[in-house]
Design a binder for this molecule. Structure first.
Ligand code: ADP
Length: 468
């Protein structure tokens, strides 16, 4: 089963890790406890055996039970558990003259007898002597290099088993308790840590295309979640700007299309109201055609921009003679300049050829020259030139026109933007020409720049890469 909530997953991980840690620690502690208990009881048995061996005088046959009990007591305290003692001769036979505690007889294994004959003590754990095993030490008493007696001391392992048992009981009781605490703590921690995520989810749910101005709450703590909120807010900001731009674009585009359509409709309605002479019909139809041309031009521009936005603006890659292009545009716009009583000049025209789309570049240059003519008062100059500039070609259109303020220079490449001076100058235009020019320049790997001073004129420079 896949757990969907991060909170539950975190808690589960946390609890599992803690369980493993608990079991590892508990296991190690239990191992150490068992080792220490065994080690202590063996040392105590050895101590008992050594003292009894020292207290056994050579050839003595009298060793009273109270003495033995006393020695055991010194090492094991007043514990009520069974103790064992046997005195044997070097052959392992029990000496019946020695008292034995009431607990019972101790067996002597062949291995212990063999070790004792060699002068070595032997520890053994013997089962079956009662409810609990008995730990037995067979200890040789050596005098002058000869084994004279064997002492056997034994101790029931009951106390050790009970201690181990108690430890396991405590561990078993602690495990669920600590797991419960860890699980609860983990859940609360995860809940607290993920609370901002819940808040972000709620806020994000509220944000739709209509409410893009809303933002996620930032805590200012600079932690991961705060950074995430910041990043999402920045993204929302960009989305908001993009959406506003699209909305503005749609509104502007409809407005620009509506004006010529309204004029067209009006003209046709007036024409139909009463019978007219052929000359009048011709004039009305001519004017209608002009409006249709404007609409077609606008739609063509919008289509070009939409394609550029979608990255599907098709560009030819043919050799384009820029000098020829400049001269052709000059020829086409000369008449227009004359009607505006302006001088259209050809500046430096170097014979340069690049790879590109002739028609699109012609449209770009026409837009710039058309603007130069539109925004230059009577008597002014508009100059066209083309020249090499390092690895670039510089196509320039300069005029002595109304110029642009610094703020306008930054905005004129936006769609439908028209400077206030341009509007008051009474020139028609949709504010798409420069935007289209920039798209064409960029599609050729180039860019477009403007330098201008209000009231003195502007220079638009198109830089295109020479080896494109
Ligand atoms: P349009 O000329 O149709 O308004 P453009 O995109 O070609 O649209 O130009 C955008 C705006 O930039 C113009 O409205 C005008 O304010 C400004 N502009 C463009 N060319 C010039 C120029 N040569 N001199 C002064 N202002 C200009």
């Amino acid at each position: 089963m896949r757990i969907r909530s991060i909170r539950a997953r975190l808690t589960l991980w946390y609890t599992s890790l803690l369980t493993v840690t608990f079991l590892l620690l508990g296991g190690t502690a239990y191992g150490l406890l068992v080792y220490n208990l065994s080690h202590d009881s063996d040392s105590a048995l050895k101590g008992v055996a050594q003292i009894l061996a020292q207290q056994t005088p050579r050839g003595s046959t009298t060793f009273f039970r109270p003495d033995i009990d006393d020695v055991f007591r010194r090492f094991f305290g007043f514990s009520p558990f069974d103790r064992y003692f046997e005195m044997r001769d070097p052959f392992g036979r029990r000496d019946p003259r020695w008292p034995r505690p009431s607990s019972g007889k101790l067996p002597l294994s062949p291995a212990a007898l063999k070790n004792a004959s060699d002068g070595r003590p032997t520890f053994e754990t013997i089962e079956g002597m009662g409810q609990y095993p008995v730990r037995v030490l067979t200890f040789p008493i050596v005098r002058a290099g000869r084994v004279v007696n064997l002492i056997q001391v034994g101790m029931s392992l009951e106390s050790m088993y009970m201690t181990r048992h108690r430890f396991l009981l405590i561990m078993a009781a602690m495990l669920p308790l600590s797991l419960l605490l860890a699980g609860g703590g983990g859940w609360i921690l995860a809940h607290r840590a993920l609370k901002p995520v819940d808040r972000m989810t709620d806020a994000a749910r509220r944000i739709s295309a209509e409410h893009l101005a809303e933002r996620l709450g930032e805590t200012g703590t600079q932690d991961e979640l705060d950074r995430l909120a910041k990043t999402l807010n920045e993204m929302l900001g960009r989305l908001d700007a993009a959406f506003s731009q699209i909305r503005q674009f749609s509104a502007d585009a409809s407005h620009e299309l509506q004006t010529p359509l309204t004029i067209l409709k009006g003209e046709l309605e007036v024409a139909l109201r009463s019978p007219r002479s052929p000359d009048e019909y011709q004039r009305i139809l001519k004017s209608a055609l002009e409006e249709i041309d404007r609409i077609a031009h606008l739609v063509e521009g919008l289509l070009l921009l939409a394609r550029a936005d979608a990255g599907v603006l098709r560009m030819d890659r043919q050799p384009v003679d820029l000098a020829q292009l400049v001269e052709e545009v000059y020829g086409q716009t000369k008449v227009l300049a004359d009607t505006h009583a302006l001088t259209l000049d050809l500046g430096l025209v170097e014979p340069i050829s690049i790879q590109g789309d002739y028609e699109r570049l012609r449209r770009l240059l026409l837009n710039l020259v058309d603007n130069g003519i539109k925004y230059t008062p009577t008597g002014g100059h508009v100059t066209l030139s083309v020249q090499r500039d390092g690895g670039w070609v510089s196509l320039q259109v300069s005029d002595t026109g109304i110029g642009l303020s610094g703020e306008d220079q930054e905005r004129i490449f936006q769609r439908f933007y028209r400077a206030v001076e341009a509007r008051s100058h009474g020139e028609s235009g949709a504010g798409l020409g420069l935007c289209i020019a920039r798209s064409i320049a960029e599609a050729h790997g180039g860019r477009i720049e403007v330098e201008s001073t209000t009231g003195q004129g502007s220079t638009f420079t198109v830089l295109l890469p020479l080896n494109s």
